[in-house]
Design a protein around this ligand. Structure first.
Ligand SMILES: [Zn+2]
Length: 486
């Protein structure tokens, strides 16, 4: 074996647990492991003493803002922030301008990303046009995203589904592709009703009121999740639920999994990390803080669901807008563009939780590396440190800390909802397919060095307790012909 890089002296998170071994990288892949004392001729040694070596993170919830909204983000700044944050694979969302809902627009976006992206990437396209789903799958999309939420950008009414019939048709058309169907569950009509009621009793239309309704009212999410679970049972689509922070949603997902419903779920950390204090101190940038964190029972349930397999993945919902666009929410949150950049802090935010004893590192690997890689049919190519896997790695220092500051943010909008927060546990070096792409937040990879990841058709295998929320995914050869083998 040719050894290009030896990672020496670290604690390595292998699929079966932690081990004090040296990782040997051969070209783009992991070539093997040796005892730290073994003498070996290698081209380069990376010293990892005192560091943990994790698989590079796989994030399935990036808002690239490209094309059309490149004043907020582009694939260069997006992938730079990802690389600095220990993320080596990203998949982005279709709510760009124009929304990615056709083969032509998908291919256009793919070409733009190919010029700039330094991490490996995929595209989720809109699944709201049933008659285009088959062609999109054949064109190699990574999966489909459905927004049940509308009301105006970033929840673009052009790609929002607004009726159960439309939702059902979309899910039924996506099911035979074997590709994941990600859904933002939301009952827009209920949200509109609660909005009218809040404004009628004189609440100001600002970010605090909107956050209380949007993230705070359980039934807006729970009723949508209940419908989606019913439609999954009817269509057998590979349903992946996003934003599962409502207690009622989580209980329904847990019950559904227990009776064998084929569903996976993601949560994004802003909901259970941003607090009332953040919302008051920082204003709209800390949207939608408080709703979850001021309810200790709801918060405890989220942590329990992260441990017991109810929640399968932690995703970023990296959704940058300029601070000016977000600040409008102080006056009218229904006209503002709400969302926040997350890539710069995502991993450190979760490592801070590890240091606080809220979660362990092996759960971080399961929720942020292994399971998202499985969801896009890329495990163990991605999300694992194993012989033959892509050499996607992040070296982390659990003891190092920094204070999150706007001026350090690599994402194009240069602000963070976590400003002023001390983060304990930092990514030190990020490696993508054997190439060091970031070192202490300095980018070392050329534009366009990332590679596109085509979607993989998968089917659910028989329930296997303990695996991926009680379910296992396996390749689906009958419809996999459009999916080239690597
Ligand atoms: Zn999102």
């Amino acid at each position: 074996m040719n050894v290009d890089i030896r990672i020496h002296g670290g604690t390595v998170h292998l699929p079966w647990g932690e081990s004090e071994v040296d990782v040997l990288i051969d070209g783009e892949r992991i070539g093997g492991f040796v005892d730290p004392d073994t003498h070996l001729e290698v081209k380069e040694t990376l010293e990892a003493k005192g560091l943990h070596v994790l698989p590079g993170l796989v994030d399935l919830h990036a808002h690239s803002r490209t094309p059309g909204l490149t004043h907020k983000e582009d694939f260069r700044t997006l992938s730079h922030a990802a690389a600095a944050g220990g993320i080596t694979t990203i998949v982005d969302m279709p709510n760009v301008e124009p929304p990615t809902d056709s083969v032509r627009l998908f291919e256009q976006k793919r070409e733009i990303a190919a010029q700039d992206c330094i991490v490996d990437w995929g595209h989720f396209v809109s699944g709201s046009q049933p008659d285009r789903v088959r062609d999109l799958a054949t064109a190699g999309v990574t999966g489909f995203k459905i927004f049940m939420v509308g009301g105006g950008y970033p929840h673009d009414d052009r790609i929002a589904v607004s009726s159960n019939a439309q939702l059902f048709r979309a899910m039924r058309s996506i099911a035979p592709t074997g590709l994941p169907c990600l859904v933002h569950p939301f009952d827009q009509a209920l949200f509109n009703m609660f909005t009218e009621e809040a404004l009628a009793v004189g609440r100001p239309p600002n970010h605090v009121t909107r956050a209380d309704i949007y993230a705070g009212i359980d039934i807006i999410w729970r009723s949508a999740v209940a419908t989606l679970l019913e439609f999954q049972e009817e269509t057998d689509v590979r349903l992946h639920l996003l934003h599962t922070h409502a207690a009622g949603s989580l209980r329904r997902i847990r019950d559904a999994k227990a009776r064998g419903v084929r569903v996976t779920a993601a949560i994004d950390p802003k909901y259970f990390h941003l607090t009332q204090d953040d919302l008051e101190r920082l204003g709209p940038r800390a949207y939608s803080g408080a709703a979850v964190t001021k309810n200790p029972e709801r918060l405890a349930l989220i942590w329990r669901c992260l441990k017991d397999g109810t929640i399968d993945t932690i995703d970023s919902d990296h959704g940058p807008h300029t601070l000016e666009e977000v600040e409008i929410a102080r006056v009218d949150a229904w006209k503002a563009q709400l969302g926040s950049p997350q890539y710069d802090e995502l991993l450190s935010l979760m490592l801070t939780d590890v240091n606080a004893g809220l979660i362990d590192l092996s759960s971080i690997v399961r929720l942020m590396c292994e399971n998202p890689a499985r969801l896009i049919g890329r495990y163990p190519q991605k999300g694992a440190i194993a012989v033959g896997s892509d050499a996607d790695l992040v070296l982390i220092d659990l003891n190092a800390s920094r204070v999150a500051r706007d001026e350090d943010v690599i994402s194009k909008v240069h602000w963070t909802p976590y400003a002023g927060r001390t983060l304990v546990g930092l990514p030190v070096t990020t490696i993508r397919r054997g190439q060091v792409i970031a070192r202490n937040r300095t980018i070392t990879a050329p534009a366009g060095s990332g590679r596109y990841l085509e979607g993989r058709a998968l089917t659910w295998a028989d329930p296997a307790p303990g695996r991926f929320g009680g379910l296992a995914l396996q390749p689906r050869p009958d419809i996999g012909s459009q999916q080239p083998q690597r």
